[in-house]
Design a protein around this ligand. Structure first.
Ligand code: IPE
Ligand code: IPE
Ligand code: MG
Ligand code: MG
Length: 334
């Protein structure tokens, strides 16, 4: 298997419409990514290209570019940084697929499935360092500092999540802190960079960072729902990996906390067993108990909180698009 047939045409159409106002800029970001990742060594060249193949939503570059346009004009620094954040994000995915033993990503075989863990770890490192070298080409160090902090947070989140594996009694607060670190901080950073390099005020930078953070939390809760009830042909990535690796996610936390003692014990037994044959049963239980709905509602609340961060800014097409992106991250099927 070298490629899984994508059936995410609906998601692609939605994204194309949604990101239409920055389509030309995204094409330029794509061109830079392809150009940056060309390598004289055919093995490195193939690995790097593979990681950027079809299927990525390019959400982080979009957040950066839209935040820039919200405040002013998109300039060359933004285009460089948009490529940088996508490179950082892709590096985290390459490493994450090793951690999760995932075999499909972006409708293709993962690096670890097609090659091996060694090449995946090294390619992830290669992408991280390449991204930081690109960011250091800017005139000031703000982007390097912000990106270092955000990338460090991703690692912190993934480490905390690894430490919490098998922890059935993980608190909702710990879950949300992990999500904020591993996913939301980078989204916040993208928005803040967009503002900063458009000449926006620190206050606007903070406002957009808060928008990105809340949107990122909503995004990851929705991702965790997709891991339980999504369709691999649509998401284009391996699902069910959270249960397989005993990660407590929000629907399970809700079900656990609402359950009577005996039911909580039964849930814990299912969680501990890690038997994929029981996943359907568990998802039915989560559905019937209302835990899936409750988790989705929580994601929607974060998306609404993100939208509220923009309330004091004047209306504009970029603002409308950002608000739509906040709705999309919860409603998406991929
Ligand atoms: C997946 O991110 C990793 C998470 C933070 C949940 P995306 O869903 O944005 O992945 P791509 O870039 O579209 O492949
Ligand atoms: C990982 O979260 C987020 C990252 C920091 C890469 P997940 O493990 O849920 O991401 P997916 O579902 O594999 O994309
Ligand atoms: Mg994963
Ligand atoms: Mg996931």
């Amino acid at each position: 298997m070298s490629q899984v047939r994508p059936t995410d045409a609906g998601v692609r159409r939605t994204l194309t419409r949604l990101l239409g106002p920055i389509a030309a800029e995204l094409v330029e970001v794509e061109r830079r990514l392809q150009q940056e990742l060309r390598h004289s060594d055919p093995y490195i060249d193939e690995l790097a290209r593979h990681s950027f193949r079809i299927g990525g939503k390019r959400l982080r570059p979009a957040l950066l570019l839209l935040s820039a346009r919200l405040i002013g004009e998109i300039n060359d620094d933004h285009r460089t940084l948009a490529a940088v954040v996508e490179m950082v994000h892709t590096a985290t995915l390459v490493h994450d697929d090793v951690l999760d033993d995932a075999v499909v990503r972006r409708h293709c075989e993962t690096m670890n499935a097609r090659w091996d863990n060694h090449s995946s770890i090294l390619l992830g490192d290669f992408l991280f360092t390449h991204a930081f070298a690109m960011a250091s080409s800017l005139d000031d160090v703000f982007a390097c500092r912000a990106l270092s902090d955000a990338t460090n947070k991703v690692c912190e989140g993934e480490l905390r999540q690894t430490a919490a594996r098998g922890e059935f009694w993980l608190s909702r607060r710990d879950y949300l802190e992990i999500v904020e670190a591993k996913t939301a901080d980078l989204c916040a950073c993208c928005c803040e960079l967009g503002v900063r390099y458009a000449g926006g005020s620190p206050a606007d930078g903070k406002r957009l960072a808060a928008f990105g953070r809340d949107l990122g939390i909503a995004f990851q809760i929705a991702d965790d729902l997709l891991d339980l009830e999504g369709d691999e042909l649509v998401t284009g990535k391996s699902l069910g990996t959270d249960l397989a690796h005993q990660k407590m996610t929000l629907p399970l936390i809700f079900l656990r906390d609402r359950a009577a003692e005996a039911d909580a014990a039964r849930l814990q037994a299912l969680f501990d067993e890690r038997d994929p044959a029981h996943t359907a049963l568990l998802v039915d239980w989560l559905e019937e108990s209302g835990a899936l709905r409750e988790a989705r509602r929580t994601a929607e609340e974060y998306a609404q909180q993100a939208a509220a961060e923009l309330a004091s800014l004047p209306d504009s097409p970029a603002k409308q698009t950002l608000l739509e992106v906040a709705r999309f991250v919860v409603a998406r099927e991929a």
